[in-house]
Design a protein. Structure first.
Length: 161
């Protein structure tokens, strides 16, 4: 199997695929009598024929090396994974090449980072690396499956750097 080596998640590296939701160097605005910093409008939500919904995902943790045999995408909506714990998790994405995913890239988040996949971006399913795999997920609520899956003929093995 081809190996994919994880890299640290950064806004620049992830930009073709989505947004990294993390604190800015300084807040956009101080609120609540100056006791809270608002880091404003960090991700682009985009829904076709639907609305934003907030769900909780409680996912089984995986481990590295991780066998990647499936990526998916949501043609009608963006999808944000917001961890409810500080634990790093695995984020896998791939560019689209004539309707199929190209070579995937794998990122490891740092504590305090969340992500938002742009609409129709190939990605691995929610992949916590420790328990509890508890995430808030902001994605599209609307008609239709809003899901396209791609199974690789030859799975990849994702390994840590
Ligand atoms: N299917 C579902 O709700 N979750 C996936 O979209 C995922 O990215 O984990
Ligand atoms: Ni998804």
């Amino acid at each position: 199997m081809m190996r994919i080596v994880t890299e640290p998640l950064s806004a620049n590296a992830f930009a073709p695929f989505g947004d990294v939701i993390e604190l800015k160097d300084s807040p956009d605005k101080l609120i609540n009598q100056g006791l809270c910093g608002r880091h404003h409008d960090l991700a682009e939500m985009d829904f076709t024929n639907g609305r934003a919904g907030i769900s909780l995902f409680n996912a089984d943790p995986r481990s590295l090396p991780y066998v990647l045999d499936l990526v998916e995408r949501h043609p009608d909506g963006s999808q944000a994974f917001i961890p409810m714990t500080p634990a790093p998790f695995l984020v896998i994405v791939a560019a689209d090449e004539a309707g199929k995913p190209g070579t995937p890239q794998a990122f490891l988040t740092a504590p305090g980072q969340a992500i938002n996949f742009h609409k129709n971006t190939w990605h691995g399913v929610l992949t916590p690396l420790s328990a509890p795999g508890l995430f808030a997920v902001v994605d599209r609520i609307g008609p239709g499956a809003n899901l396209e899956e791609f199974w690789f003929d030859t799975p990849y093995t994702v390994v840590s750097a």
